[in-house]
Design a binder for this molecule. Sequence first.
Ligand code: GLN
Length: 206
Amino acid sequence: GPVIGVLALQGDVREHLVALAEAGAAAARPVRRAEELAEIDGLVLPGGESTTMYKLAAAFGVLEPLRRRVAEGMPAYGSCAGMIMLADKILDAPSDQETVGGIDMIVRRNAFGRQNESFEAPVRFEGLEGLDADAPPLHGVFIRAPWVESVGGGVQVLARVESGPAEGRIVAVRQGNLLATSFHPELTGDNRVHAGFVRLVAEALR
Ligand code: GLN
């Protein structure tokens, strides 16, 4: 079966490993080095702190290999800080912060502002198998979360904030084999997003 890695430089790695196992991934393992990156069929970039994650990725020499594998079509899923890592462009980040990129979108860090730095809201997903519009909403956990400021033509919007001051903001996207959410399904015990990603990895191998 496919082997799915979780980028284990910083962030909620353990939670993603558990969610992947519960979602039916045959093998899920932490990935820190370029050699380990070569052995996986898909990668999760966890929630955490994207500035630190970027610095460690560069220091560990995995940033370039990761960019290469993503450019070659390896499936990847980023939650929160992981979403920032998969964005081609970022706002409200230190000027020297780089990303892996791959998704043609502009992502704003800490976008929901101080008053609402962390909140929870139902999220209706569309366009991922097992998570169509009729499915019960996900419980969205947003922790100093980014939002997607804008997307290019090849990017599919999977979910938006449904109410409140941020209504309409994009919080989940897909471009080909790349998936990203502003929120943290790995913290909820609802593993439908991970299950969708596991399926996506399996399909990419065929
Ligand atoms: N604010 C964090 C960042 O900029 C993301 C927060 C999270 O992953 N929960 O990387």
